[in-house]
Design a protein around this ligand. Structure first.
Ligand SMILES: [Zn+2]
Ligand SMILES: [Zn+2]
Length: 298
């Protein structure tokens, strides 16, 4: 077939194909990579990339806890706007890490307040200065020291600080009426945690933080976790907290034993499992092992 005729004959088809491709491409980019799961009528979790986001619709506006990254927060904002005409009332950061707070910037101009623990704000500022990303930050304008509570709509929101754990600025965010607590990165569900010693983390005190958490809340509390291993949920119960508490304890015991046995740091971090906490598998075991070694030899 002559090329010109082919083009003419197939003009419709080609245009159709182009359109189909465009639609396919558009739908590919539009296909939400995120997941939203409602925990009750007002409250849900958003997951895409980074630490789990909790959001709550109230008659006084929407409250958002953690913000993942700017793109992810924009996805959340767009989605929540479809569900509600309410304005955003408050953004809370469980702690300063970029996978929980760098999405704050997407709320610039649309939320009146950002709240976090005072150490979290300092850590966010220090990290941003170090990484030269200060222009990409929306810092907390409200901070607190040990407890912060406020009624927003029918819900009572409380932030609790139980001391250093994953960093030195981790808040537990409680929705008292719904009996939901966002743990941020104080709980890695069956996944080796990041222990940020440069931001004041303490594995020993992390155990105390979990004890205080178990004392403060109850068996019916739904906990939200910053991260989970593949196949595990980012929500759970006090049983998951006890399992993680055991993991931290067993990690410290294991490393302490290895140090006493004369092993070097390089030898210790070669371990592939923590005896007594084998449910924690996969990448990143060197992180808690290194942190435990440094903490125990400091
Ligand atoms: Zn995280
Ligand atoms: Zn973190």
């Amino acid at each position: 077939m002559d090329r010109k005729i082919f083009i003419r004959n197939s003009a419709f088809t080609a245009a159709g194909l182009l359109l189909a491709q465009k639609n396919l491409l558009a739908s590919f980019f539009q296909t939400p990579a995120f997941k939203i799961k409602m925990l009750n009528k007002e409250t849900g979790i958003f997951t895409e990339k980074g630490g789990t986001i909790l959001f709550s619709f109230t008659k006084d506006g929407i409250v958002v806890i953690d913000t993942e990254f700017p793109e992810q927060s924009q996805h959340l904002i767009d989605e929540l706007k479809k569900q509600s005409d309410q304005p955003f009332r408050l953004v809370i950061n469980t702690h300063h890490h970029g996978d929980h707070s760098s999405g704050n910037i997407s709320f610039k101009g649309i939320v009146p307040h950002v709240l976090a623990h005072e150490n979290s704000k300092t850590n966010q500022q220090v990290s941003a200065q170090k990484n030269k990303t200060e222009d990409k930050q929306l810092y907390p304008d409200q901070t607190y020291g040990s407890t912060w509570c406020e009624d927003i709509g029918k819900e009572n929101f409380c932030l609790h600080y139980f001391g250093a754990g994953h960093t030195n600025g981790d808040s537990l965010v409680q929705l008292q009426k719904a009996n939901i607590v966002h743990m941020g990165d104080l709980l890695f569900n069956r996944r080796h945690p990041f222990v940020d010693r440069s931001a004041g983390a303490s594995m020993k005190n992390w155990i105390t933080v979990l004890d205080k958490t178990l004392d403060k809340f109850n068996k019916r509390t739904t906990y939200i976790f910053g991260h989970a291993a593949d196949g595990y949920d980012v929500t759970g119960t006090s049983e998951d907290l006890k399992a993680f508490r055991n993991y931290l304890e067993k990690t410290l015991t294991f490393v302490e034993g290895e140090i006493k046995a004369g092993k070097t740091k390089d030898e210790i971090i070669k371990a592939t499992a923590i005896p007594g906490a084998e449910e924690w598998k996969g990448d990143g075991i060197d992180r808690p092992l290194t942190a435990a070694y440094e903490e125990l030899t400091a």
